[in-house]
Design a protein around this ligand. Sequence first.
Ligand SMILES: [Zn+2]
Length: 332
Amino acid sequence: LELDIEPKSEPLLLGIDLGGTKILAAVANPHGKVLAREYSATPAQKGPEAVVQAILETAHRTLAKAGITTAHLAAIGVGAAGTSNPHTGIISYSPNLPGWKDIPLRDIVEGELGVKTFVGNDANAAALGELYFGAGRGARNLVYVTLSTGIGGGIIIDGKLYTGKSGAAGEVGHMTIDVNGLRCRCGNIGCWETLASGTALAGEARRRISEGAKTTILARVRGDIKRITAQTVHEAAREGDALASELIAQTGYYAGVGFVNLINIFNPEVIIIGGGLSNMGNMLLEPAMKVVEERTFRAGREAVRLAIAQLGDDSGVLGLAALALQKMNEYT
Ligand SMILES: [Zn+2]
């Protein structure tokens, strides 16, 4: 993959990942090497103005730690969960940030720091991060899927992030899988995320236990069914709990059903799987692969591989650095 950067100058990038509890920032070089990272708590309850101040403060602290000033930065990428418009730079809504409605984050950051700034959705950015620096290196077409509390995604077509008309593309977690299924937090029925996310897995464990299923999961949460998480189920499965293994296999099956749709629609070279559930490895992926083998068109199936995301905890900040890098190259 050509990065279109002159070898003499090494423009640095600042990625700022705005989460509901933490603001993470990192200075990276164009090869994805992190030179400095810093974080602070998100003062989400104090409203947008306080959060913006915390973003700027974290940015300055990260630059100081890297021993650079804004003059060394080629571009900044800033992102949050939720809906942001890459064309206007406005974050219209974020589920983790109360009171955030139509905040022109790009213009605020660009105005305060004096560096070209781009905004993006966190999962979209993570897709670019994997394309430039992780499991997608060398690919031209890929779909990134984060199996986490919910399911997020990012679509790369011909080496570029596909964002759609209004920046809302890539919401793979909300494709309808079961028209008669459970209500999703988005309001729709039977979204993929109601069947293959960590929340879905924990919910299914609670349901089965309430029906009287025998398992060691309950002992792990000292009998408090509300405390069951995907992690609890994973731990139980690793120690041989039959119900836990069955539930993870079922989640893997539904993950696979979503992959089938993505493969048939996009014919990608790779589907990159990130998020907490990707730590379940083959327990989750084998049943997913089986569905892919059974249900995809042959041309799509033969072209694709499933891969685990490689950027881990840096996927947000490196993804946003990659977003800045790609956008900057488009503008120069
Ligand atoms: Zn939904």
